[in-house]
Design a protein around this ligand. Structure first.
Ligand SMILES: C[S@@+](CC[C@H](N)C(=O)[O-])C[C@H]1O[C@@H](n2cnc3c(N)ncnc32)[C@H](O)[C@@H]1O
Length: 530
């Protein structure tokens, strides 16, 4: 950005007073210079939101201008990052999950000062690890985490202290950064009543104050930081880098939740968080992401949000007993076996449920219990092949309608298994399985339009699965008209996928490969423009 003050034009530095209404960070001497500056790069710097406050959401972000689909809204570097509360063994330097040692009966590389496992010597000097290492080795604390063959994914609760220490150490190392952190929402009062915080109080506080000697820290200040982390951190998943950690972004921590959000986020290679508009957002709209999972029912989403983030969601989807026409939480009526049972008031957990057809009633407790049992049944299934999931759908054909959350979750898993599971690779799929994959993608795309539409990753992934299935069907077809129609359809889809995924670097190679396959399949027909 051209260096400027708020009295000189951002483009020519002449005296100026016309404030950029969108970001309010720059002024111009004329409309022409504003337009030129926009084209020269202000477009990418101009912040298109402001922090607002209301009684329901607390602080939140609100669009200060219309935002286009796919536009980048915010990019932010992490203020603090570190392991999740319980984490598989990872390196405290580069945060990659640790690999099994090369030698049989070997162990992880241990930090020469504090014994916490690291990738190797090179990670001992990492900026992330230095301060905590000095603190721990200075207090004669040595980590006892060792490699256990066959248990590489075992979660170690000892990691729960690391992110907390990193935040506490900021207070002396970077007071401004610490203030940003300490200014965030905590919900400490509610959290203190939970069993987890009682355990933290008993174990973690003793460890920090007694073992590490941080006696000057009041217990409630330490717990407040733990609560701030639980309320505001994002899970950073970078599977190709073997990273699954958490990080705090104070700007992004202002973003509120909606079960039908208008933004999506991702992490770049430097672990910056980047938010994009999933759909057009109008000036004045609240910017939102989802803190939970779109295929889950209202009961499930609201329970998760209450437990993890201490609030009761009352968004449009949660308010609507029919969940915007998806009926994701509804079950088939046990009595008439035709109608759907829905809550009489989804925002009141104890409200009874009633069949829309025969008025048969069930108590909230009965519905919640059966919902939990079904979820448990679903989670216990073998998900390495489609077999158990298809059996689940068949077994519940009478009590769960086709867009019930459990059926939707099973169907989504199936869209991914058909075409990739052992024995179900795309080229091995029977015609029946291939048709099933296409049908499932079509069904879920309709649902995606209801609660995770626009340029969502969910839609993008479904379109990728569908495009591949369509091309496979086309190549197997003996009817040239049908073949061409399917290929043209797939080509249209690929165009959309490229838009949705254009900010996802790891998808580009796959999309290039898909385009090559499609182009070569289309060669025998009239060329099309891509
Ligand atoms: C990451 S913070 C967002 C910023 C927060 N509102 C603040 O003032 O600091 C998450 C908290 O915001 C509030 N919140 C976010 N979305 C909400 C929603 N849809 N309904 C009610 N509260 C919400 C809850 O208190 C939640 O624990």
């Amino acid at each position: 950005m051209a260096s400027t003050s708020l009295t000189s034009c951002a483009l020519c530095q002449a005296k100026a007073s016309q404030l950029c209404a969108a970001c309010r960070n720059v002024v111009y001497c004329s409309r022409e210079h504003q337009k030129e500056h926009w084209k020269k790069g202000h477009r990418s710097e101009c912040q298109c939101f402001e922090i607002a406050t209301n009684e329901v959401l607390g602080r939140h972000l609100r669009a200060t201008r219309d935002i286009k689909i796919g536009e980048q809204i915010l990019k932010e570097a992490p203020l603090v990052l570190g392991p999740k509360v319980a984490s598989a063994p990872l390196c405290l330097g580069c945060h990659r999950n640790l690999l099994a040692p090369e030698k049989p009966r070997g162990n992880y590389h241990k930090c020469s000062s504090c014994s916490w496992p690291l990738c190797g010597k090179e990670c001992e000097d990492s900026v992330h690890h230095k301060a905590e290492c000095q603190l721990m080795s200075g207090s004669n604390f040595q980590s006892k985490i060792n490699y256990v063959a066959g248990e590489e994914e075992r979660k170690e609760s000892a990691y729960c202290v690391i992110m907390l220490l990193r935040c506490m150490q900021l207070k002396a190392m970077d007071p401004d950064a610490f203030l940003k952190l300490y200014n965030l929402e905590d919900h400490l009062k509610e959290r203190l009543e939970t069993p987890l915080y009682q355990v933290l109080r008993a174990n973690l506080i003793t460890f920090i104050k007694t073992v590490l000697g941080m006696k000057d820290w009041p217990e409630m200040d330490i717990l407040r930081i733990a609560a701030i982390l639980d309320t505001n951190t994002f899970e950073v998943r970078q599977p190709r880098e073997r990273r699954k950690i958490r990080a705090l972004y104070p700007g992004a921590a202002m973003i509120s939740h909606d079960c039908v959000p208008n933004m999506r986020h991702r992490f770049d290679d430097d672990m910056n968080i980047v938010f994009l508009a999933k759909r057009k957002i109008a000036k004045g709209e609240i910017l939102s992401i989802s803190y939970t999972q779109p295929l889950r029912s209202t009961i499930q989403r609201r329970v998760h949000l209450r437990q993890a983030k201490c609030f009761d969601c009352s968004c449009a989807r949660c308010q609507d007993p029919e969940e915007l026409g998806s009926f994701a939480g509804a079950q088939t009526c046990l009595k008439c076996k035709a109608g759907k049972i829905i809550s009489l008031n989804p925002l009141l957990n104890s409200a009874p449920w009633k069949c829309q057809l025969c008025n048969f009633k069930r108590s909230a407790k009965e519905v919640v219990t059966s919902d939990a049992e079904l979820q448990q049944e679903l989670e216990s299934l073998d998900k390495t092949t489609p077999v158990a999931l298809e059996e689940f759908i068949y077994r519940h054909r009478a009590d769960l309608h086709e867009t019930n959350t459990h059926i939707l979750q099973a169907k989504y898993a199936l869209t991914q298994l058909y075409g990739s599971a052992p024995g179900f690779a795309m080229e091995e799929l029977s015609e029946e399985s291939l048709n099933r994959k296409v049908q499932l993608c079509e069904e879920l795309l309709k649902l995606a339009d209801i609660f995770d539409g626009g340029w969502s990753i969910f839609r993008g992934n479904l379109l990728i699965d569908m495009e591949e299935a369509l091309v496979t069907q086309a190549l197997r077809s003996k009817d040239p008209v049908e073949c061409e129609e399917k290929l043209r359809n797939a080509s249209e889809m690929l165009r959309e996928i490229r838009n949705i995924m254009k900010h996802e670097p790891e998808m580009q190679q796959l999309l290039l490969e898909r385009q090559v396959i499609l182009n070569s399949a289309l060669e025998r027909f009239e060329p099309i423009e891509n």
